[in-house]
Design a protein around this ligand. Sequence first.
Ligand code: A3P
Length: 299
Amino acid sequence: MDPQIIEKVVQEMADFTPEMGEIEGVALLKGICDVWDSVYNFQARDGDIVVATYPKSGTTWMQEILDLVVHDADVEKSLRAPAFIKVPFLDMGHTSLELANSMPSPRVLKTHMPIHLVPPSFWKKDVKFVYVARNPKDCMVSYYYFYKMDQTLADPGTWDNFFSMFMAGNVTWGNWFDHVLGWWKAKDKHKILYMFYEDMIEDPQREIQKVITFLGKDFSEDMVQKILQHTSFKSMKNNSMANFTVLPESVFDQSATTFMRKGTVGDWKNHFHDSQNIIFDEEYKKKMEGSDLVFRTEF
Ligand code: A3P
């Protein structure tokens, strides 16, 4: 892998500032709004595979799984570059788009966009999407720590402050409810495999097998075990290609909290006050009414 391209992508990340903007009612970093035209006009190809998520839902985990499935469980190959290089993050703009354009097919690409902001060329090509959703309470907690870690985002202040920001959809990539519901409604109209973080924690082998089948592959037990081991929380936490430690502290400051933080279901119970839980549950009931999309917040 050309080290210059890694430097360029890292520089692109470092250049983002905390200022916020908006595209079609979705809160996004102003830096993303500034490159919006090139993101929206990105040209998909037949055979592209896209991991789509609301932030902090298991994106990096799925990136590693997809990269291994595409490359027939070749663990050595998966160590060729950091996750953000192997799987270009389309939303970031120019360098990531250039990187995507330079890759041979089949490409694995990443987006955090709500479905209505996905570049339209994706709907005209034969593309497979893997959407990973995570229960909103754990997602919110994970996002809070991420906001503290990512130096290009605004300081989230206290947990109480971040709770209000998240509930108002005033965080990058907008409102969690709109995101998960939008992709859920579209899942039967396109090639979308809708996955849940909690299912992946509960039975990673079963969920990896779903991905293998979705991508039309048929692997031996040994290959599945290799993917399972390489994408465990422990392996990824110790893998510099997956844990973002290649990023300088000026981008991700992992001194107080690491990217591979806890990787569990139910950590929200250590953060939500009783009153916040009531407010959240009321909002959840309102927003999810009429939908058959169900989340598990504990086992
Ligand atoms: P926590 O902050 O709750 O630990 P994303 O990649 O979308 O930013 O999501 C990051 C979240 O996924 C973090 O959650 C991280 O620890 C968790 N994660 C990443 N890899 C994982 C794995 N292999 N197993 C379980 N959780 C994982």
